[in-house]
Design a protein. Structure first.
Length: 264
């Protein structure tokens, strides 16, 4: 496999560095065909309310505990085609299973239909703008729920799979719009070394062994973080029981446990 490296963008305004051209080109097929390597968990969802509702003018798949105090808010986004991103998919099954797990533990979750984003092709500046656009949509939904539930930004967690994970990791390194939240859940997320090193907010990074779309993923992404305080609150898993660009439902209980620890 030939590895191609992005050219650094030299701009007066801040732009966000990307992993590699391979991340953009090969990611297209896999982002829309994320695999599950295990059967969905057999959980009872009697304690969870689920509805599709608009929040901050964006459609969401909304999950909330029926009883008890709210521990935090988790905003999630789906995989997509990074060269031509369409609106976020609010019915991605892995995110639904994760949302149900978190809601049973006291978290409000919203899977966001982030906006249809401009075509990128080989225009990396457009990709950078799209990552900011996704973060803006997450912030809108997160802030609306914060106001609704009388919580604060330190109870807010962003996350998602594949394309969304990479956008958030990039924003977390090179932007300032999401650095005040509790942390990021990066499912099948990957990045170049400098992006991994520059993470400003704690990251939960999960990937199968041999994730093909970035040089740092799972445990290697977290181990590359240079800020010791951020690194100490992060967790990375490179799962040897699966391979390539895929997910495992065994991660859901671990993610839930780590999110509880973040907000306790």
């Amino acid at each position: 496999m030939i590895q191609l490296t992005f050219q650094n963008l030299k701009m007066k305004k801040l732009v966000f560095k990307l992993s590699s051209t391979l991340l953009l080109c090969l990611f297209i097929i896999s982002c829309n065909k994320d695999e599950n390597t295990t059967a969905p968990p057999n959980n009872s969802n009697a304690e969870v309310e689920n509805s599709q509702r608009n929040i901050a003018s964006l459609p969401t798949n909304y999950f909330a505990p029926k009883n008890g105090p709210i521990k935090g808010i988790v905003i999630l986004g789906s995989g997509n085609d990074p060269q031509n991103p369409t609106p976020g998919n609010i019915n991605e099954q892995y995110l639904i299973d994760l949302s149900k797990s978190l809601a049973t533990k006291g978290f409000v979750c919203a899977i966001v239909q982030y906006r249809d984003q401009p075509f990128v092709g080989n225009n990396f500046e457009n990709f950078n703008a799209n990552t900011l656009m996704l973060a803006e949509d997450f912030n809108k939904v997160g802030n609306a729920l914060i106001a609704e539930l009388s919580l604060s930004r330190n109870k807010l967690i962003f996350g998602g799979s594949s394309y969304t994970a990479n956008c958030l990791v990039s924003q977390n390194a090179w932007g300032n719009s999401i650095t005040d939240i509790k942390g990021i859940i990066a499912i099948m997320g990957s990045s170049a070394l400098d992006t991994a090193q520059n993470q400003k907010t704690p990251v939960l990074a999960f990937a199968c062994n041999g994730e093909p779309f970035g040089t740092n993923y799972g445990n290697s992404l977290v181990q590359s973080i240079t800020n010791s305080a951020v690194k100490s609150k992060s967790f990375g898993l490179t799962d040897n029981s699966c391979s390539g660009h895929a997910t495992s439902n065994q991660w859901i209980s671990i993610i839930t446990e780590k999110v509880i620890a973040w907000t306790s």
